[in-house]
Unconditional design. Structure first.
Length: 314
């Protein structure tokens, strides 16, 4: 079986590609390396450097594959507010290129990486798939538009599609960047031995899902008969205060925390209801955040890119 992973040099895509290779899939990766790293690409995959915005190239790499895992995207709310045109170009037009190519060749399944960012302000928890979708950023809008395009192509052209809405993903190959998530930011602080900054009182909760579980959701849903939209989280939540203490404890260090003003637009609580994914393709997240954080901290301490970056910035 042959799979294409767009965005396979990125954090989540590289973990999916690795798992597919372990399962004896032939893996092709399309990535423009705009936020991914060559170093992430697992050995044994066939790599094409290029953009999903290039429709002809997308047709070439889609040709002959049985499954498509579409992750290539301009990721993050802030990035999209800084550059909404680029965000829509990659996330919407790029997805249409993938769908057009899938339509002309035919695939067993297209798994699209969507985001809980499509929900916008959270009104009820746990969050089910039918929670109102009212995004707060151009990124949320583009992820929702691309999700809708996937579902429309399924209706019009019978392409089996799964859209997975990830909550806060963490794990190996996730590095600190200017648009980073809280876990890489706290890890960066721990490595530099400076206090972690918490905005607000730290009692806000988040659903952190291990990237291994996200890879599991991608592959299980691809191989199942399931189609449609699914939430992918850990179905557990922890406070940011607890996250900070856990990260100190697994790192056997104590850098402390400092509190800053609450950030406008930050949601108070988040928790995915994953029962639909559980029932449809036996999604079974580990939920052991401590073990996941321990593995993450061990990895980041030995990551050459992080080590180089910290040497430069010190
Ligand atoms: N990390 C999270 O918590 C999270 C949450 C919800 C959804 N997602 C979604 O998961 C997917 C992967 O995100 P990630 O966290 O691994 O981010 P990432 O930035 O590590 O991965 C994205 C990859 O896509 C590549 N890419 C970007 N633009 C491209 C283009 N035009 N053509 C080809 N490749 C391109 C990047 O180089 C990178 O390797 C994205 O679709 C994102 O929207 C992530």
């Amino acid at each position: 079986m042959k799979a294409l992973v767009t965005g396979g040099a990125g954090f989540i895509g590289s973990n999916i590609a690795k798992k597919l290779l372990e399962m004896d899939f032939e893996v092709r990766i399309l990535d423009d390396l705009s936020s991914g790293f060559k170093m992430n690409i697992p050995e044994g995959s066939e790599f094409t450097e290029g953009s999903v915005v290039d429709g002809e190239l997308v047709k070439e790499v889609v040709s002959g594959v049985d499954y498509i895992f579409h992750l290539a995207a301009s990721v993050g709310n802030k990035r999209s507010i800084d550059n909404p045109i680029y965000d829509a170009t990659v996330n919407v037009l790029g997805t249409l290129n993938v769908l057009e190519a899938a339509r002309s060749t035919g695939v067993n399944k297209l798994v699209y990486s969507s985001s809980a960012g499509i929900f916008g302000e959270l009104k009820t928890i746990p969050i089910k798939e039918d929670h109102p979708r009212d995004p707060d950023s151009p990124y949320g809008v583009s992820k929702l538009a691309a999700e809708k395009d996937c579902l429309v192509y399924m209706k019009l052209y019978d392409i089996p599609v799964v859209c997975l809405r990830y909550f806060n993903v963490f794990g190996v190959n996730q590095r600190f960047d200017a648009y980073g998530n809280v876990i890489p930011i706290f890890a960066d602080r721990i490595l530099k031995n400076i206090p972690m900054t918490i905005f607000g009182d730290g009692e806000q909760t988040r659903d952190f899902v291990n990237v291994k579980d996200v890879a599991q959701a991608n592959i299980k849903s691809a191989l199942s008969d399931a189609t449609g939209v699914f939430n992918v989280g850990s179905s557990t939540r922890i406070t940011i205060n607890n996250l900070a203490s856990l990260m100190e404890s697994v790192s056997e260090t104590s850098v402390g925390v400092e509190y800053g003003p609450e950030r406008p637009g930050d949601v108070r609580d988040s928790l995915a209801d994953v029962s639909k994914a559980q029932a449809s393709f036996d999604f079974n997240p580990s939920g052991d955040i401590e073990a996941g954080l321990s593995e993450y901290m061990n990895w980041i301490k030995s990551d050459p890119i992080t080590i180089r970056r910290n040497d430069l910035s010190n």
